[in-house]
Design a protein around this ligand. Sequence first.
Ligand SMILES: [Zn+2]
Length: 256
Amino acid sequence: MATGLARGAAQRGKRIAFGDGRRILWDEHSAEIFRANPNLAPPGSERDRDVEWMPYYKGHRLYNRRVGNRWVWNFDFHAMPGEIYFDADELAAGRRHGQGFVVIEPQSAQWKPVAPNKDWGVQKFQAVADRLRGQGFRVAQFRSRKSATVALPGVEQIATASFRDALAVLSHAALYIGSEGGLHHGAAAVRVPGVVLFGGFVPPEVTGYATHVNLTGGAAACGSLRRCSHCRKALAAISVDDVVAAASNLLMKEAA
Ligand SMILES: [Zn+2]
């Protein structure tokens, strides 16, 4: 999301400094995602003349604020597709699995306490994968050393060396299907359509993209950081049929 906020800065002769106005505050993922991006000022460039401050950093994300045990969403904030600047080697590596496949992400960020409020269910993702394979689509999921994501039987396992590598491969996919999280932002950045399982935790109006089909199960987002029955109900209200229909629709558009 950060790279979307910084988009176009270099064209204006500026670089965006994400921080509190004194220090540039990047998080543990920033250096990887921001690499080679001309719109961003890295830590250490605080005093450069071309920096433009933006108060966006861990603990101060602009799109939400913490009140007790929930996030209050800022409905004035709308995520803009981000940008990844790949080098030639990354682009070449990204082509190693061909193109036109569907990437499915059956689990995301399981280590986060909020995971149950965003987890649609591995069995339902399996059913979606089976149906799409039945329609003749190639369905794949990413595997990395870090993630302990379950491998869906019958789904091609693509080993990725890093998040950037995953996005370089993803850029050749026809579709992303998965929950709201890193890869849905990545899909938007590499211009890949998506079916994104939002459920009732975070509103698509804030962190979703118009190029994706964002499914909420009809719920208004609660932002609860505790296990939430409203969120579970919202996810349960999204059927395998809903996801397959949205996916087929986007895949037909891609093919047209
Ligand atoms: Zn909820």
